[in-house]
Design a protein around this ligand. Structure first.
Ligand code: SIN
Ligand code: CO
Length: 391
């Protein structure tokens, strides 16, 4: 796509302009981002998903047993019968993994790296429903799917922003409203991280939240160092060969500057290993939300070839995540938290695997005759990231 072309989705500005002026910086309200948008799911279908064991869902009731009562799914049909007429919200996570028409919405966000996209959460709110004023640590596009919702936005928050005392929900104790809008189906509000927001259903409504993933600095450091440590031997230690003796004028108990420098050097040596850093990052960013849904079966190379030659189609498991990159030794394919190094010659296959809706004899072409190519496909089937489409 050409990032300089104005996009309806972004209210007539280009992806370049959006990224320069708004992304991670300031909110943007877009009227009719998706003109005539009709929610592919109705409220009953969304409630149906919240009955499923594997799908994460929540209900927030403003005046429940406690103020802002949080209930966690899976729910039963009775739960829904007993809910009040107004002032509650049902939120269902990662609906894109279960409803292909919802996943198709992600096509609109091709101007952003796919590995930054987390999921599409869908909320249904009874009139007056909302989850309270709060802030999130990630970017979000709030697309109105059905009915009308009033979105109020406020101050930029941080870890010190006072919250209500609540065991489960992070509701702001103060909300300094700066703007409000009523969104109709097809309207969309982009919010950067940490902007206080408060959505209230004007009438029965559904909102689609396209959320993004960004690891916290603490996650990057703890996870990367855990990953790194696997490759380090116990023998590699802080070392100070050639250090000078404690001089008479110095205190033996003081940790001197040269010790700190040695430590920094040890850290830098490992932290700046780009191959390992990228390997860890790709694995981390492609970890599936529901790993139990990414499970495949071993397939014999001959059977795989036969199936594809007979017209079988491989598709990405909707719960799997794929990405690729390149390092000094070749290409890296990341699939659902795992990685493999591949030669430069497999670049086109890698790109096809990551991007294609379906893999079949026609688009695989010559790769079917390539043993390494088939081996890779077989590995991804075994891992569960690729699966045969149902006939
Ligand atoms: C909602 O859809 O009710 C909540 C979405 C959000 O505020 O992040
Ligand atoms: Co939010």
């Amino acid at each position: 796509m050409n990032p300089a072309i104005p996009l309806q989705l972004l209210g007539g500005i280009s992806a370049d302009e959006f990224l320069r002026d708004y992304w991670q910086k300031k909110p943007l309200l877009i009227r009719q981002a998706i003109p005539g948008f009709e929610s592919p799911l109705d409220p009953d279908e969304l409630a149906g998903l919240a009955l499923e064991e594997v799908i994460e869902s929540r209900i927030v009731i403003e005046h429940g047993k406690t103020p802002w009562e949080l209930r966690r799914g899976p729910f039963s049909e009775e739960t829904f019968k007993e809910l009040p007429e107004s002032d509650w919200t049902l939120l269902v996570q990662a609906v894109d993994q279960f409803v292909p028409e919802v996943a198709e919405l992600l096509e609109h966000f091709k101007f952003l790296p796919s590995w930054r996209i987390d999921d599409i959460m869908i909320s249904y709110a009874a009139p007056g429903g909302g989850v309270g004023p709060h802030f999130d640590n990630y970017d979000v596009f709030l697309l109105q799917g059905h009915g009308r919702r009033r979105w109020k936005i406020g101050q930029t928050c941080d870890a010190d922003s006072p919250l209500l005392q609540h065991p489960d929900l992070r509701i702001l104790a103060q909300f300094e409203e700066s703007q409000d809008w009523v969104l109709e189906p097809g309207d969309m509000l982009y919010l950067p991280p940490r902007v206080a927001h408060y959505g209230i259903a004007e009438d029965e409504c559904m909102t689609y939240s396209v959320g993004f993933r960004a690891p916290s600095a603490a996650e990057v450091l703890t996870h990367f160092t855990d990953f790194l440590a696997q490759f380090l031997s116990d023998e590699e230690r802080y070392s100070d060969a050639g250090m000078s003796a404690v001089k008479g004028s110095e205190d033996q108990h003081k940790i001197q500057r040269d010790a700190l420098d040695r430590l920094k050097q040890l850290l830098q040596e490992h932290m700046s290993d780009e191959r390992l850093l990228l390997t860890w990052f790709g694995q981390f960013m492609t970890e599936p939300r529901y790993p139990e849904l990414v499970a495949g079966e071993e397939i014999d190379d001959g059977d795989l070839l036969q199936a594809l030659e007979d017209g079988a189609v491989l598709v990405r498991n909707p719960s799997a995540r794929l990405a690729w990159s390149e390092v000094d030794v070749g290409l890296l394919l990341f699939s659902s938290g795992q990685s493999v190094v591949l030669p430069q010659s497999m670049r086109e296959l890698l790109k096809l695997i990551c991007a294609a809706d379906a893999l079949h004899q026609d688009n695989l072409g010559q790769w079917l005759a390539d043993e390494d190519g088939r081996k890779l496909l077989g590995e991804l089937v075994k891992q569960g990231s690729l699966e045969f489409a149902d006939e």
